[in-house]
Structures are given as C-alpha cells and as structure tokens.
Design a protein around this ligand. Sequence first.
Ligand code: NDP
Ligand code: HSE
Length: 452
Amino acid sequence: MKAVNVGLLGVGTVGGGTLEVLRRNADEISARAGRTIRVVKAAVRDVTRARSVSMDGIALTADPFEIVGDPGIDIVVELLGGEDIAKQAVLQAVDNGKHVVTANKALIALHGNTIFEHAQRRGVMVAFEAAVAGGIPIIKSIREGLAANRIEWLAGIINGTSNYILSMMEAEGSDFDGALKQAQALGYAEADPQFDIAGTDAAHKLTILASIAFGIPLQFERVYVQGITAITLTDIIYARELGYRIKPLGLARRTAEGLELRVHPTLIPQPCLLANVDGVMNAILVRADAVGTTLYYGAGAGAEPTASSVVADLVDVVRAITTDPENRVPHLAFQPGLLAAAPMLSIEQIETAYYMRLNVLNRPGVLAAITKIFGDSDISLETVLQKGFPKDSDPESRSRSRPEHGKSNQRVTIIMLTQKTRERNFSVALKKLSQLEAVDDNIVRIRLENLS
Ligand code: NDP
Ligand code: HSE
C-alpha cells in the first residue's frame, strides 16, 4: 500500500524525538499502522542549524505554510508550540483536507472548539494525545477506555516541570531557579517557562481533560489557576512532617452544584499514590462510576516519551484514514452536537481542606483568638502545630507588630490543617486572621485534598 506522507512542523525537543522514534521503530510502526509512515518535509525557524537528529531524506523549509499547502502531504504534525502561527497552520492544514497531529495544549485548550468544527466539516482528524501528560495515553484511556462510565472526578499531576522543581527542592534542597534551569536543560519546560510555573500549562491540559471527561466544550477561561512560585522549602518540610507532600495538582470534579476546575499546589496525604509521583513523572487518578478509580502514570514531558504519544496518534490517523468520517472516534469523546453546557463553580464555591502557616507573637491568648475565628466561621481544625520562628523568614513580616512594654515580642510559627470547608468561608476567616495585631501578614495557605 502507498506510504503516508507526513509534514513535520518543528524539529525541536518533541519533533526531534518523533523523528528518532519513527526511524528506530519503523518496521514495527508500519506493521501496526498497515502503511509506511514517511516524514518528507519539515519546517524549522533556522534551516542552517545542525540538528541532533538526522534530517536525511527530509526537505527543510523555514515556512510552515509551505508544508500545510503541499498537496503531496497527507498528515501535518504540529510541534511548533505557541498559538498564533500554530493556529493558522493547523486551520489551513485542516481546511486543505489534511489530518493533523499536535502536542500543543495551548492551541487545543484555547482554539480547539474552532479547530474541531473545521475538522468535522472537512472530515479530517485532529489528534492530540501528546498535549496532555506527555507519554501517558490519558486521552485515549478516557475517551475510549472509559467510554462506558460517568466520570465523577479526575485529579492529576499534569505539569512535569513543576513536579520536577518541587521534587528537586524536597529531595536535594535545590533552589527554585536552579531546579527550573535543570528542567529547561532537560527539554521539559515550555518555551516560556512561566507557562509551567504559573500553572497555565496544567490549566490548558485540565481544560482538555475536563472536556473529554464531562462532555463539555473546551473552556480554559473557567479554570482557576495558581502556580507553584510561592511554595517554599519551609512549607514542603512542614507538610512532610504532617504526613503530606505538596504537589502541583489539576482537579476537575462534578458536584451537585456544577463543575469545578482548578489547578493549584495541593497537600496530598503521603500514602496516596499521587503523593509519590516525583520528578518529571505525571499521574492522573480518574474516578468513574462503573470501573471505580483508575490511575495512569508515566513520563509527563521529554523528547521520546512525548514522541511516543505523537507517533501513536500518527498510527491512529493512518488506520482511520479509510474509515467513514462520520463514524470515527469524536475529537472530544462525545458526538459534536451533544456537547452540553454545564454550570461551573468559582473558586470561592469549591470545598476543600487547607494547610496554613502563620507567624504570630508568642503571647497568651493569641492561639485562642485564632481558633475562635475558625470556630466562629464553622471551620474545624484537624491539626495545630507550633514551631520556633524560622531563621529565613521574611523580615518584612515583623513590621506590623511593635514590642509592647513588658510583653514578649518573640514569634512562633503555627501550622494548621483544617477540615473541608467552602473556600468563601475560609477566605473570610483568613481576612479576620490577617487583621489580628499578633498575626504577621504573610500567611501561607495551600489547599489540601485527601483524594478519597
Ligand atoms: P521546541 O522549542 O524544542 O521546538 C520548537 C520547534 O519549532 C523548533 O524546531 C523551531 O525551530 C520550530 N519553530 C518554532 N516557530 C517556528 C516558526 N515560526 N517557523 C518554523 N519553525 C518554527 O519545542 P518543544 O519540542 O519542546 O515543544 C513543541 C510543542 O510540544 C509545544 O506545543 C509544547 O507545548 C508541546 N509539548 C512539549 C513537551 C516537551 O516535553 N518539551 C511535552 C508535551 C508537549 P528551530 O529549531 O529552528 O528553533
Ligand atoms: N512543559 C510541559 C511540562 C511539557 O513540563 O509538563 C509537557 O506537556
């Protein structure tokens, strides 16, 4: 049978890995796909630069649109990253009747609804397994493997760079910036690593997961996003002492009132499997009504793990090329006309537990005043721990309370875990706490999920 011609947009970390895997496993891949897959053309910014992977037999261009307009190309693999050129190129490829494989989560989360509409109209596939959790086949698992189920919630470590940074801080005492540099050198980080550490990349991925899990359109703007930049080694150590680990978590849950979609650092109990996912590894727990809880684990970033998903999509597309477009697996799992709107909760409406660290004056009555605020707000405390004031604490935190004559100005650190409460309730209590003269301003609050 005639070979399938592929045009590759981007030969960076993932593009290079994809070429490598396609070459190394060529025979096995074509035996699975039923046809030979041949990369005939590739686009890069700098065509003169030497590449770590051989470009023999591949025509190079600096113009991605030359590839999407080439009638000899059957499948376009978009591995450029970013939104602008990638969006134009993918839409043009689709409109030109080409199937597309992409690893670009920003593109799918922000423009997927439009792209899939075009693809549906043109009868082509747009596959995006590599866009979520690198090498883990999570899209296929939810979209196809769990098709019998009503999915209740899913929770995952879905940004390898953030997990790598927090793991290195905890395991080796690395500083944040040093760990980020290492993640960049290993090819894990986005071109702009702010996307990783500010939680945006995980929010892109959660948008996609929520859509295929709950049958809703892609709605990135509804995700609450908080990154890992405020996490310090101090909190990592206290959390561990209390039996928890701090992980960058993405969580999507159905509740009676609506859907909650959130990304933030989270304390997770140490015995929980997710708490033990370290380095660049990702894992996603999915709770569904028929199967119960399933766990998906693997490398969340890097050249070949991500290429594994890209090539799997290529094989899927090649197998499906001859299938009736109306009877293919729908892009977002549910038939396009049956994607339903669902109410979404704001972060203030969600329920979760909290870890809190506050520096307070070591005087009688202070702890009582703090616990009274929680009692008045109907928030139950799970654990209260008092520690000496850490030496590396922010000196500005001392500025609020002045020494009172005859009274101690010594500080202590209080660590508290609360039971589950509504975020709105907790925010009110937090505001009252911050108004206490004896409590320093820099209260640390990290959400905690038992994932049970
Ligand atoms: P890189 O920055 O390593 O590679 C990007 C490639 O695209 C380079 O070859 C670059 O050319 C080329 N390129 C960029 N802009 C243009 C342009 N305007 N015209 C022509 N070529 C261009 O990115 P990654 O491989 O890391 O990421 C690619 C995509 O995969 C992104 O969407 C990313 O989010 C996603 N992804 C990345 C993962 C990872 O582990 N890195 C994991 C999962 C998904 P040149 O080489 O000349 O600079
Ligand atoms: N920058 C991303 C991460 C790449 O660190 O998870 C994989 O999507």
